[in-house]
Design a protein around this ligand. Structure first.
Ligand SMILES: [Zn+2]
Length: 107
């Protein structure tokens, strides 16, 4: 699968692809529909509607890992947002919203 993440439209195409949807389902099942970060904190977040499959190494920096199961984890929306905001912070662009962050919510 050739993954083009250079534009919002092409990323949308990726997140809407059958391949991604199938893989996302596999990751949710592998991780027992639990947010990895909540789990680390001793919490359990398994509500389907708040779960997102996150790219551990960001898709925009590692498109080659887009379909790599080792690069995928389940996060709840809160931790997903926190992760992306933290990344922006490290990049010293606190006011610039990471436009990739919302893309993963489409699934
Ligand atoms: Zn969480």
């Amino acid at each position: 699968m050739n993954i083009d993440i250079t534009s919002h439209a092409s990323r949308a195409k990726f997140y809407n692809s059958v391949e991604w949807r199938h893989l996302r389902q596999q990751i949710l099942e592998r991780d027992h529909w639990e947010c990895a970060e909540c789990k680390r904190q001793g919490l359990v977040t398994t509500r389907d509607e708040v779960l997102t499959v996150d790219h551990i190494k960001p898709l925009e920096e590692h498109p080659e890992l887009a379909m790599d199961k080792d690069n995928l984890q389940v996060l709840c929306h809160m931790h997903h947002d926190m992760k992306h905001e933290r990344m922006n912070f490290y990049h010293a662009q606190p006011k610039k919203r990471n436009r990739f962050a919302d893309d993963e919510r489409w699934d």
